[in-house]
Ligand binder design. Structure first.
Ligand SMILES: [Zn+2]
Length: 404
């Protein structure tokens, strides 16, 4: 079967075409793959996703490059008959997006070569951005931005982009940015006075069509520098989103957009300072609360004050802080509980001169609460979901400590 004539090779901006159906086969997916004598549909390859569109009135979901059968058009719907003449139309916004990303990649990759002698080893068009893996050994924002600057200058100079076919011998004599991946006829893409690369993809007529290149981020990856960039319409979409985010953050501070970072940094600093002050005040308040609780509690016959109290909605840290403030005082045991909607928590603690195994008491209490907990003989923490048993569990622990 003759190979499909690839119309996109000669004209990347051809949207509509007519062709004859040469074959059709059923796919495991349930769809049908149609081959044509000629096509403007670009199949997935070279880091560029395939075109979509309409063929013979039905939807083309994907195009696949099959070495022996040419371009397979995977269609959703009734397949045309072999031999029929059909009209095809590619989705232009998607093709233009791919042209911008792909041509943008040629330009950005050459910029890294021109400035830092750093070739590109990989390229991917992702859902909303693109990636290149560059042999840039010491990446830094400043270096990446210099390449972005050069790439955009080449775009704004609106240089011509031409395609020529050369033999592999001729190709070997050309200063190509990368080696051709196939033997025989080589398709070379030339960006006037800037870049010469063998490639089978779809490109802009002139660099101006790419519009803009912006780098969103970069990172070291497998010995290379992975650069996430966006070209053309994608750069505009990303700018809008970044602007909305920055403006929304600034709005929280009632500030101008570009002042937000400074204000957010200041707020975080103030927040840290407030946390320090709150911790100090909590310390003071726990001491005062402990003194008050001790004053209200009479010692048992052994001379020990057992403070058994239940609070509502008191977090574990606050409960423990109060227990520690209590057991600073001699002959003191704290049996503290806190009641939440769905859970109860406990802290049992004793001063060094008091007697009693807090760990053993806690284990017993946690059985009643249907939970878990533990610790040492002088301090133990725990909790459980049986909230209504909290009072009972604490009374039981108090009773164990002071049997009548
Ligand atoms: Zn290309």
């Amino acid at each position: 079967m003759p190979a499909t004539e690839r119309l996109y090779y000669n004209d990347s901006h051809l949207i509509e075409f007519e062709a004859q159906v040469t074959d059709k086969t059923d796919r495991v997916s349930g769809w049908t793959a149609v081959t044509l004598d000629r096509t403007a549909f670009y199949p997935t390859g070279g880091g560029q996703p395939s075109d979509t569109g309409i063929l013979g009135g039905v939807r083309v979901l994907e195009c696949i490059d099959s070495e022996e059968n040419g371009v397979l058009h995977v269609i959703q719907g009734r397949a045309p008959e072999v031999g029929a003449t059909v009209k095809g139309r590619i989705d232009w916004p998607r093709r233009l997006d791919h042209i911008q990303q792909h041509t943008g990649q040629h330009i950005l990759s050459q910029a890294f070569v021109t400035l830092f002698n750093a070739p590109t080893r990989g390229f991917r068009v992702l859902d909303d951005s693109c990636e290149i893996d560059v042999e840039l050994t010491n990446p830094a924002n400043e270096l990446v931005e210099r390449a972005v600057e050069l790439a955009n200058n080449v775009i704004w100079e609106d240089r011509g982009i031409t395609i020529k076919s050369v033999t592999s011998e001729e190709a070997a004599r050309l200063p190509l940015r990368k080696d051709p991946s196939r033997d025989g006829e080589v398709r070379v893409i030339e960006i006037e006075g800037f870049d010469l690369t063998p490639c089978g993809g779809t490109h802009a007529y002139r660099t101006g069509e790419v519009g803009l290149i912006a780098v969103r981020s970069w990172q070291r990856a497998k010995g290379l520098t992975r650069i996430e960039f966006l070209a053309g319409g994608r750069a505009l979409v990303d700018y809008r989103r970044a602007n909305q985010t920055a403006s929304a953050v600034a709005g929280l501070f009632s500030a101008a957009r570009d002042d937000a970072t400074k204000l957010a940094a200041r707020m975080l600093e103030e927040n840290k300072e407030l946390h320090r002050r709150v911790r100090a005040l909590e310390e003071v308040s726990a001491n005062a609360e402990a003194a008050e609780l001790l004053a209200q509690t009479s010692p048992n016959p052994e001379g020990t004050r057992v403070i058994a109290t239940i609070f509502d909605h008191r977090d574990a840290e606050s409960l423990k802080r109060l227990a520690l403030a209590l057991i600073v005082h001699p002959h003191t045991i704290a049996l503290l509980g806190s009641r939440e909607n769905e859970a109860a928590r406990l802290v049992f603690a004793r001063s060094t001169d008091a007697t009693g195994d807090m760990n053993a008491l806690m284990s017993e209490a946690c059985v009643a609460l249907d939970g878990r907990g533990g610790g040492k003989t002088d301090l133990a923490q725990g909790g459980g979901k049986n909230v209504e048993k909290l009072g009972e569990a604490i009374n039981q622990a108090a009773k164990t400590l002071s049997p009548e």
